[in-house]
Design a protein around this ligand. Sequence first.
Ligand code: AMP
Length: 279
Amino acid sequence: MQTLTTINQIQNWAKKIKSQSKTTALVPTMGGIHGGHLALVSRAQEVADVVVVSIFINTAQFGKNEDFAAYPRNIAEDSRILANVSVDVIFTPSEREIYPLAQGFKIQAPSIANKYCGASRPVFFHGISLAVLKLLNIIRPNYALFGQKDWQQLHIVKLLARDFFLPTKIIDVPTARENDGVAMSTRNQYLDNKQRKEASLLYQTLVFAKGQIEQKEDIASTKKEALSRLGAVFVVDYFETIDETTLLAVNKPTNNMRIIAGVYLGKIRLIDNIKVDYV
Ligand code: AMP
């Protein structure tokens, strides 16, 4: 496995791969590699000849009072894990490589970026879009893989690729979970033992609400009960039934329904979502 840090290096590498008529998949991450990232790597290895994992903690997506400074950084451990699963290249650019001082363009993501996670994190999806656009333009992979765990992010990245006519195909991968259902996440490292146990209530409540709606229970009363269950442990940021293709809230069952939720456990933010198989 090679570790490349500059745009020049990764572009020379990508040129070489293209000249060999091989396809490339990019898995963008912020490091703190866990089983969720590895699910993306594994799918990437199925679809493409070579796989690049980028590790870039993107300042542009963190608000002033968020956890940029505290975000886990351990390139040595991440490299060890990724080498173990035969990733071809890790791309770990510096902040100045991606955001040279002289540059001023920003991306304004569509209004859906201001709902749900975006309502409490106003710069979040605009910052993600900027970094993803840059990474896709630098590497020009055939495929880029994103997790369903971050459903709103996945949706916005698909819009980004569509609106800017990016040649990269966006592939989504189901959420990897711990045994108790908790979605794997780099931020789970922040949870103490008690919080780690409590965290499973988020997935349990999503499963409960999915079951109720699939059994034709009323959506409004299901939401009310779910909020009351979540409130026992978390401060709820949002809990919404949405059309998964538009992300707009729906109050009547549809074939494309998904439940998305964001909660705080102490200072730690957890998000998750689940598909409702309503027929
Ligand atoms: P992050 O490093 O948290 O920015 O995540 C990088 C990528 O991994 C994103 O596309 C996430 O959606 C994806 N991801 C994170 N956690 C999971 C998970 N538990 N299952 C599947 N994909 C995940």
